[in-house]
Design a protein around this ligand. Structure first.
Ligand SMILES: [Zn+2]
Length: 751
């Protein structure tokens, strides 16, 4: 899911203008002999193996994607070899594999960005400033005489990138040393060259195409459509650019931004495709200085080439071929966010910049429909006092092990007969698709110790006891008060195995009571644990993927599976291991569920939920989350924005249309700063700006911990992806989805 990138207001919009056809090696009219001969049986044939120049064409409109940035090495291949050409006069070589490294390895770019804090005529004054700077940022500045300006210049830090230097300058300004700005020292880095290891040739830019136009190139084993270009980065590494048709680029983006497995709704995927297409056209050329149009990470749109393509998202791209969202005839800056929490926010409240008419906060009720609510006609029933017995009974009834008639407290407190126990165990094996072993025990099966031995024998677990449990293990597991009451070695081992497998637990007084009689209820608890231990195929653990038209969709492998929901399904919520029956259950996409399916219908469904919210599961990470931060945690995150001393309080200063905190005041022992938009999330390390703050204080009233409870995930601007899925599920088209989240836009065809 896309997070964000910096705001851009200047219109790099690109609509309809067809780029010139991108002909590979068009400049390579003069063919040069390759310096090495490709691996193969007929070396003399190698030069002729290279195809004619221009044989591989990336159709227009193409996009240049920076797939690998600042890497130290890349290996490019194709099934039948590759052809490397360079702009360096007509260079061309056919090789089985092309490996590039920076030509000037070891020659790292020197840090040349510094922060100038002051420029003073008096040396003493400059020295004073230097002392204050060092106290503030703990970095020793230099004081240099500049004959051109006749001043003593105080400069601090040395950074490879301008951004890092800018952060230090901002920090100084906020700490009461205004006027700090970034300066460059020393000569600019020379344009680097790259070396093709297979030939030893040095090039400035290499273009790599497959020898056979129908082959796909791989970069470090990942396949890419289109062609690849390699050049040196200013950081001393390599930049690998995938030049690819825009529609093929989108096939490698959409599944990473909205998973067709977790969100299998065609209209939502089509809306995502249009948003991603609009986004790339709007941002095209943003990284031109580094030789590409757009990056391949979350900072732009996640692109993983051919390996991430999926049949459903391919269709979503094809069915919206060339369609973009426009405003005043130009492709919009189509921001999208994972889960908005119920209301999206105005763009200018989250990103710096002027108001954008189509990025307005809107209600996102559809998000709730993405959270399916399951109902059952079979309400929860009270069946006994043992915790979890109702759920275990339901599980075993659903599995066909027990008769529903048992669901009566009076029956459950009774002692089961031998034939009853034998029939339960036999049906348990049938339900679990396990072969039952013959189990010979003496005496009544309802004696707890005997039951344990019988169960272990019939589950064929005797061997686990003999071979997987060392004597010290069973001694350790059997440190119960009444271990002497276990009859013989067989019973001892059976009890140890059941404890180890999580089937048997001691009573609260640390006894196993092997000589006591077992009630039906107690037997059910043990059998249910054994069923869980066996797991699939009877009891399916999966991820909830949606609910539509009475069908529950789950994911447990690659492909989603759908089952009808039985009207009398037994519903349970498991909250940190405590299971409670429910008459309705709200599920989010991605929730962990356990279910029993019989004759194609879901008859038992248990959702795993967590009180902790954010920490434990994916659904609440989307929807509700909590962060607990100490003042020290806050000071760490604030570091790059300023220093307020010891953090005393954080107070929302301005609330946006959606309820998001868009300005936040941080008060400390040494002053206060105001954070805006995305910087709030970054400084506090939160998932969203939609939150409330509570405070835990010590006995003197000082804040010990800020308890921040929030909703949503992402920046909250533009199309809400989970909301789009909800809209699609309730029958909206991709046009309606886009028009809901982008105010006043029109759809148009860009090419
Ligand atoms: Zn939403």
């Amino acid at each position: 899911m896309r997070r964000h990138r910096g705001w851009r207001t200047s219109g790099a919009a690109w609509v309809g203008a067809a780029a010139a056809a991108w002909l590979v090696a068009a400049s390579c009219r003069t063919m040069q002999q390759p310096r090495t001969i490709p691996a193969g049986p007929a070396p003399q044939a190698a030069p002729q193996a290279a195809p004619e120049a221009g044989a591989v064409v990336v159709p227009t409109p193409a996009v240049r994607v920076g797939i690998l940035v600042d890497v130290s090495r890349v290996s490019i291949g194709a099934d039948t070899g590759v052809v490397v050409s360079g702009v360096d006069p007509g260079y061309r070589a056919a090789v089985s594999r092309a490996t590039f490294v920076p030509a000037s390895t070891g020659m790292r770019v020197l840090p040349r960005f510094r922060v100038q804090v002051a420029s003073l005529a008096e040396q003493a004054g400059a020295q004073n400033v230097a002392v204050r700077v060092e106290e503030t940022v703990q970095i020793r500045p230099t004081v240099q005489w500049n004959p051109q300006t006749s001043t003593h210049q105080v400069r601090v830090g040395a950074f490879v990138t301008r951004d890092e230097a800018l952060r230090l300058a901002t920090r100084l300004t906020r700490s009461g040393l205004p006027g700090a700005y970034v300066v460059e020292e020393g000569p600019p880095p020379a344009a680097g060259r790259i070396r093709l290891l297979e030939t030893g040739e040095e090039l400035t830019v290499a273009t790599v195409i497959p020898s056979k136009p129908t082959d796909l190139l791989t970069a470090d084993a990942a396949p890419y459509r289109g062609i690849l270009e390699v050049r040196a980065s200013e950081m001393g590494g390599l930049i690998v650019v995938n030049v690819v048709h825009t529609e093929d680029y989108l096939r490698g983006v959409v599944p990473n931004e909205l998973s067709p497995l977790a969100f299998p709704a065609m209209e939502a995927l089509k809306a995502q495709a249009v948003a991603a297409r609009s986004y790339v056209l709007h941002h095209k050329g943003e990284f031109a200085a580094r030789g590409y149009d757009i990056c391949a990470t979350q900072a732009c749109q996640v692109y993983r080439g051919k390996s991430s393509e999926h049949e459903m998202t391919d269709r979503a791209v094809a069915q919206t071929h060339g369609v973009i969202a426009t405003w005043r005839g130009q492709a919009i800056n189509a921001y999208y966010t994972s889960t908005c929490g119920g209301f999206t926010e105005d763009g200018e409240n989250v990103f710096d910049g002027e108001s954008i008419p189509y990025l307005k906060g809107v209600a996102c009720a559809p998000e709730r429909t993405a959270w399916a609510t399951l109902h059952t006609t079979a309400p929860p029933r009270e069946v006994g006092s043992e915790p979890g017995l109702g759920r275990d009974l339901s599980l075993l009834v659903s599995l066909g092990v027990l008769d529903p008639a048992l669901e009566a407290p009076r029956k459950l407190s009774g002692i089961p007969t031998d034939p009853e126990i034998r029939s339960w165990v036999a049906r348990l094996h049938q339900a679990l698709h396990r072969r039952e072993c013959e189990s010979t025990v003496n005496g009544a099966l309802a004696r707890r110790g005997t039951f344990a031995q019988y169960l272990v024998g019939s589950l064929c677990w005797e061997e686990r006891g003999r071979r997987l449990l060392a004597p010290p293990d069973s001694d350790y597991l059997l440190e119960v008060e009444d271990r002497a009451s276990l009859k013989g070695e067989e019973e001892r081992l059976a009890a140890a195995v059941l404890i180890q497998e999580g089937v048997l637990s001691p009573f609260a007084d640390n006894t196993l009571r092997p000589g006591a009689a077992l009630t039906r209820g107690e037997a059910i608890l043990l059998l249910a644990r054994a069923a869980e231990r066996a797991g699939p195929p009877a009891l399916v653990a999966a991820e909830f993927a949606g609910m539509a038209a009475g069908q529950v969709t789950i994911l447990r492998g690659e492909e989603p599976e759908s089952f009808a929901l039985d009207p009398a399904v037994r519903l349970f919520r498991s909250l940190d291991g405590v299971r409670a029956a429910a008459s309705e259950l709200s599920l989010a996409v991605g929730d962990r569920v356990n279910l029993v399916v019989a004759d194609g219908r879901v008859i038992f469904l248990e959702a795993e939920q967590s009180r902790k919210g954010a920490a434990a599961d994916r659904s609440s990470r989307y929807y509700r989350w909590e962060a607990r931060l100490t003042p020290a945690d806050l000071a760490r995150g604030l570091g790059r924005y300023g220093d307020v001393g010891t953090v005393r309080d954080i107070v929302p200063r301005r609330i946006g249309v959606s309820g998001r905190v868009v300005e936040l005041t941080v008060r400390g022992s040494a002053g206060e700063i105001v954070l805006k938009g995305l910087r709030i999330r970054a400084a506090l390390g939160l998932r969203e700006n939609l939150f409330v703050i509570e405070r835990e204080t010590d006995s003197r009233g000082a804040v010990e911990r800020f308890v921040i409870t929030g909703k949503g995930w992402g920046h909250g601007v533009g199309l809400c992806q989970v909301g789009a899925f909800g809209m699609a599920q309730s029958g909206s088209t991709f046009e309606q989805i886009l028009q809901h989240y982008y105010t006043g836009i029109q759809l148009a065809t860009a090419y």
